[in-house]
Design a protein around this ligand. Structure first.
Ligand SMILES: NC(=O)c1ccc[n+]([C@@H]2O[C@H](COP(=O)([O-])OP(=O)(O)OC[C@H]3O[C@@H](n4cnc5c(N)ncnc54)[C@H](OP(=O)(O)O)[C@@H]3O)[C@@H](O)[C@H]2O)c1
Ligand SMILES: *[C@@H]1O[C@H](CO)[C@@H](O)[C@H](O)[C@H]1NC(C)=O
Length: 315
């Protein structure tokens, strides 16, 4: 519930600040092939995906999925919490019917919300998501957060180790090809590792230049866990963050003829992360995909990381 409320505040702010101003280095008709990364269970994840969480965006999501897949997106991130799985499902059905892609070309992630953490709630919750998405399986199912809650949002006393057993069952049933976690720290991941059969394939956490997450990322990589980076543009809304016109970042963008948003995504990719920028706008969606024709130097990655204040926009 805390996460949910602060998210409301965040998005109100975001629409003011991100403003969609400035550059449009969209690639026009260019089709982009997104590289993939192998997970610890052998499955492959495209290293950039489409985020889908935005207030007021649910009616736009079906069209957005069509545009995204046409542009080359194959990886789509949603969650039961976002209440958009049914619209995303319609968009997926559209692109499959149009023959743009086959189901196996897509990588669909959804997440278990905090009020379904009891072991026997996990498989039914996933089945409900699958029914909304119109799918037989998801490619990745995540525990959205280690914190369990009751339906009214108040805390529930359920250990995520129990939740993880439900996740393992979902994978065994073939309802999720890969299973993972979100918003977990190293200690929590190590408890799962010590007490469970399956090691999470992914940890999805907030990463951007003001929240560089060096320790958690290093620990995940040491444990062969891939890191998906959410709120890649969270930078612009962090308290005390630099402006879009910050000269250090602007000069990197100018050097490569790219937008600041594109540099923010490339920064995450250079660090071995998997960003999931959200947009429902066709041009910005294409812009966010057009990040595979340049590299940042290690010095430029350090420059970007120098903005770190360990500030979470959801904190
Ligand atoms: N696991 C978790 O707890 C968790 C938490 C937060 C987010 N997530 C996931 O991560 C995804 C991404 O994070 P986010 O949605 O918080 O934020 P984000 O992707 O960092 O930023 C999205 C905002 O930036 C705008 N935008 C997108 N591309 C742009 C561009 N090229 N130029 C200017 N503005 C641009 C979007 O507006 P338009 O749509 O109008 O373009 C939207 O307002 C979410 O959608 C969700 O799937 C997960
Ligand atoms: C961020 O946190 C790490 C510990 O995880 C610490 O070493 C570092 O000094 C912190 N940086 C800032 C700017 O607070």
């Amino acid at each position: 519930m805390k996460l949910f409320l602060s998210t409301v505040a965040l998005f109100a702010l975001f629409n003011v600040i991100s403003g969609h101003a400035g550059h449009n280095h969209g690639p026009g008709g260019k089709h982009v092939n997104i590289p993939t990364k192998q997970l610890n269970d052998g499955n492959h994840i495209p290293i950039l995906g489409l985020g889908t969480f935005g207030f007021g965006d649910i009616p736009k999501i079906r069209q957005a999925i069509n545009w995204a897949v046409e542009a080359g997106y194959r990886h789509i991130d949603t969650a039961a919490l976002y209440d958009n799985e049914a619209e995303i499902g319609k968009g997926i059905s559209d692109v499959l019917k149009k023959g743009l892609v086959k189901r196996e070309d897509l990588f669909i992630t959804t997440k278990l919300w905090n009020d379904k953490h009891a072991k026997n709630q996990v498989v039914p919750a996933l089945k409900e998501s699958l029914s909304k998405l119109g799918l037989q399986y998801v490619d990745l199912y995540l525990i959205h957060s280690p914190e369990a809650s009751k339906e009214d949002g108040s805390p529930a006393d359920i250990d995520y180790l129990e939740t993880w057993q439900g996740m393992e069952e979902a994978q065994k049933l073939g309802l999720a090809k890969s299973i993972g976690v979100s918003n977990f720290d190293t200690e929590q991941i190590d408890r799962i590792k010590a007490h469970s059969k399956v090691v999470p394939a992914v940890n999805q956490i907030e990463v951007h230049p003001m929240n560089t997450q060096e320790k958690t990322i290093k620990d995940c990589f040491e444990r062969n866990i891939a890191v998906v980076a959410y709120s890649p543009f969270g930078f612009f809304v962090s308290r005390g963050g630099p402006s879009k016109d910050d000269p250090k970042i602007k000069s990197i963008a100018q050097k490569y003829g790219k937008s600041i948003n594109q540099v923010l995504l490339r920064y995450l990719i250079e660090r071995g992360l998997i960003p999931i920028p959200k947009s429902t706008n066709q041009n910005r969606m294409k812009e966010n995909l057009d990040v595979f024709d340049f590299h940042l130097t290690p010095e430029e990655v350090s420059t970007m990381s120098s903005f770190n204040t360990n500030t979470s926009i959801f904190g």
